[in-house]
Ligand binder design. Sequence first.
Ligand SMILES: Cc1cc2nc3c(=O)[nH]c(=O)nc-3n(C[C@H](O)[C@H](O)[C@H](O)COP(=O)(O)O)c2cc1C
Length: 188
Amino acid sequence: QDIPPATPGNIPIKKALIVYLSRTNNTKAVAGIIHKEIGGTLVALELETPYPANYQTTVQQVARENETGFLPPLRTRIANMEQYDVVFVGFPTWGMQLPPPMKSFLKQYDLSGKTVVPFNTNAGYGVGSSMETVKALAPKSTVLEGFSTRGGIERDGVLFVMEGEKEKRVQNEIRAWLKRIKLVDKEE
Ligand SMILES: Cc1cc2nc3c(=O)[nH]c(=O)nc-3n(C[C@H](O)[C@H](O)[C@H](O)COP(=O)(O)O)c2cc1C
């Protein structure tokens, strides 16, 4: 899924990689909007062993993984990381933290010298410590201001919400954010 790069802003984008983790497709939708605006390569982060379908079981597993620092092995492989100079990392908030698979990704790949751009969806409790963890796990990268929006509330059976008016609003917020962090210089 390669689209040529968008018109470069103040930061000349050679090539962007957009990596995202998504269970109920809200973060995936945000990733898709960013991809349309920026171009580059869009990659879903997949695990060797997927999380259970059951929400509560997943919550408990994630809590254990966060406690022990377990890094779930990834099935996804990024070929030629050197070709990218901007790496977007997208994730839901899980247990008020960065989800373990995104910790795996940031530990596994050397993003030194690259620009890292976090984005997030959550059930309304915010990003927790996730943005700080991205910075800590990409110590030699320039980490730009992240984007976050309210997604689903799986606990209450609210799954995918990025459609209709909500999707349009998020699209506008993303455009404004990309301009603010100078990754696009397009006028509306
Ligand atoms: C295991 C798990 C833990 C979660 N923990 C939180 C949380 O701590 N705070 C929060 O606001 N939302 C939490 N959520 C809700 C998700 O962040 C929210 O539904 C998000 O939009 C899901 O993104 P996705 O559709 O890309 O998977 C959690 C969801 C799951 C599955």
